[in-house]
Write a protein that binds this ligand. Structure first.
Ligand SMILES: [Zn+2]
Length: 365
């Protein structure tokens, strides 16, 4: 626990000091992998999907899986410091902590440390209802608590600006940052009528330091892959399908000895899960092929599944490496990466920042 506290303090200091450095070097963007685990189960070693991107003085949150607000606190970033939140899709491991961020932002809207600008929230259809419900829940209890801490009773008007994305394209164009959303193939096995309302997006961020893509959860095929082209960094999920297949096959074979009905059910479930893992998530070897074909300069692997708790992440790296020749980083929770563009050569370089919790000898594999 003490080690974790020291790491957290170091990161908070590092973020604060690097903010000062950013004033001198505007072509540096920081990426903090707050949570690096895939869902749906909660795990001790990896919080669920979330990353921070700092562009100058502005903070952007990419996804908000369960545990995100705690991870933000460990990184020294409060809800009132956020400029915008981008949610890739409405699965709990990417969106559920938005409820807590909304509550914290509402509180931060009042009192001494108030933030006047609204928090922009971008995401698929359904996000507006989630924000509205979170606000309603926060205001449902006795409001004296708000008054106690802030001296005010909250009026949520003007606190949030919610943008539900229904078509591909540029969704934000502001100082030093352009964000483009494109629907990906995470929901491609859903019936057509459900796909009209269930949307999953990947995001491409154009910054002065380079291009950063967040894949979110997605299958390997579809028109979305075009946004990977010549990206400087891609924060990408990678499934170790071989490990998932082995684990599920073992589980199925144990039941077969006891009950053939259960065994059949397990077999059907195994096929569904493999189909899901290969067509609605990216197998690591296919991620490597995609990244190599699209000229991606660096990959930050995240969204590791429970299978990596057993077999580790080296297999993911080896599977990506079958085709991909660029830089590979294996993210850990609260790892901090710096993307810099050389003003003379115009080339972007990704490194782990000093004091990063995730910087270890597994970087640059
Ligand atoms: Zn996920």
């Amino acid at each position: 626990m003490l080690k974790k506290a020291i790491i957290a303090a170091a990161i908070a200091t590092s973020l604060a000091s690097s903010t000062v450095a950013a004033q001198e070097d505007t072509a540096t963007v920081e990426i903090v992998t707050l949570g690096t685990g895939g869902g749906p189960t909660l795990r001790a070693n990896r919080s669920q999907a979330a990353s921070l991107v700092r562009v100058g003085e502005a903070y952007y949150l990419m996804d908000a899986g369960i545990g995100t607000s705690r991870q933000m606190t460990l990184a020294g970033v409060q809800a009132q410091m956020l400029n915008a939140v981008f949610i890739t899709h409405n699965h709990a491991d990417h969106s559920q902590d938005l409820v807590n961020i909304v509550g914290a932002r509402l509180l931060a809207r009042m009192g001494e440390a108030r933030r006047e600008e609204p928090l922009a929230i971008y995401g698929p259809p359904g996000i507006r209802a989630m924000v509205d419900e979170a606000v309603a829940y926060a205001l449902a209890g006795p409001l004296e608590n708000f008054q106690l801490f802030t001296g005010e009773i909250p009026d949520p008007a003007g606190t949030f600006e919610v943008y539900e994305i229904s078509t591909d394209g540029v969704i934000l164009d502001t100082d030093g940052l352009t964000v483009e959303a494109i629907e990906n193939s995470h929901y491609q096995l859903l019936p057509a009528n459900q796909r009209e309302t269930q949307k999953s997006y990947s995001y491409r961020l154009q910054t002065d330091a380079g291009v950063i893509v967040f894949t979110g959860d997605t299958g390997p095929d579809g028109a979305w892959t075009e946004i990977l082209r010549n990206a400087d960094v891609v924060v990408a999920e990678s499934s170790n399908v071989e490990a998932i297949r082995a684990m599920m096959a073992r589980a199925a074979s144990v039941s077969a000895d006891v009950d053939p009905v259960i065994a059949n059910a397990n077999q059907a479930r195994l096929e569904l899960l493999i189909n899901h893992s290969t067509r609605q998530h990216i197998p690591a070897d296919q991620l490597g092929e995609l990244a190599q074909g699209m000229g991606v300069r660096a990959l930050i692997l995240n969204h590791f599944g429970p299978e990596t708790d057993i077999v580790g992440t080296d297999q993911n790296v080896a599977q990506v490496r079958r085709a991909y020749l660029g830089q590979i980083e294996v993210s850990e929770d609260l790892a901090q990466y710096c993307l810099r563009r050389s003003p003379t050569e115009g080339i972007s370089t990704l490194t782990t920042c000093p004091s990063s919790a995730g910087s270890d000898d597994r970087g640059n594999q």
